[in-house]
Design a protein around this ligand. Sequence first.
Ligand code: MRU
Length: 358
Amino acid sequence: MEYLETDHVRPSADGESVIYLDQSLLPGMEEWKKCSEIREMYDAIKRLEVRGAPCIGIFAGYCMAVRAALLAKKEGNAAGLLSELKKEAEYLNSSRPTAVNLSYVIGLMISRAENALAGDGSISPKNLSELLMKEAERVHLEDIDMCAKIAENGLSLIEDGYGILTHCNAGPLATSRLGTALGPILLGKSRGMEFHVYADETRPLLQGARLTSYELSKAGVDVTLICDNMAASIMKQGRIQACFVGCDRVAANGDTANKIGTLGVAVMAKHFGIPFYVLGPKSSIDISCGSGADIVIEERSPEEVKLGYFSKPSAPGSVRCYNPSFDVTDHELITAIITDGGILRPPFHQSIGSLFNE
Ligand code: MRU
């Protein structure tokens, strides 16, 4: 399949490792890495070499399939394989807490294996691992399809010539193909539309500067990089007609966890009367979370803030530093949540409820 040759997360031809583009080195270096050991897989997620909620999910699917293929060589029966795989799944799931896609896909993979075993107790370890590889490929293909639908839905809300502000990176690198927040922009561009995108640099790990401006420039989209603290001024100047951001986990009431700084963008957008849109697949909605208060926010090392991408430390080594990686945007600040299943409007507890009851 064509996507397996081109995508930035994919299994190796022998199915015994996962190949990925190391996003932590972009845009300076395009380095491809390979991992087979569960520890390497955990580290790839933890270090943001593989990042962006849907991309982490796709990667986790292939990791589980690869681990199953390798365990199949050692385990005498499928039940033994599944028991080992469950331990590894738990470990991988602990690498990052906020994006729901990681636990969602790991859960799918384990259920698929449990169902197969329940249906055929004598299934061989090799057959079980092959079945898991098919499931990981299905998750990957499904993401491509969901992104295409999100892009169409999002494009229906914007017009040629719009100025659009985005935060962090929710483009192809964070997913599979079109991305979520960048999907409508890339789709519109492919249809001859022009947008003026302002990319927040997104301190401290600069996903906006390193990844969004890199992806959009490559696609020929008019993109201007700004520091995070410039967004209000750009909005006040009338340059922004819509804000598009991705999501890591959406609660049942519409509260949305996304990269730290997203809440600030939403507050500013409200102040200036600019629509603020969250874009993500239905699978990013976690209806087991009643509100944003139930979402676990990852806290990362202070060194990312104090050293980060500076050539010299930007703060005294001893200064106390708080580095939450995500924040929660209150649902009252969100104009609409654009999913593959349609455009959800407030009241979100109702529109989200209907989406899950379809
Ligand atoms: O820490 P990261 O880079 O994984 O954070 C990514 C984001 O916050 C994205 O906006 C989100 O995962 C959506 S990606 C389609």
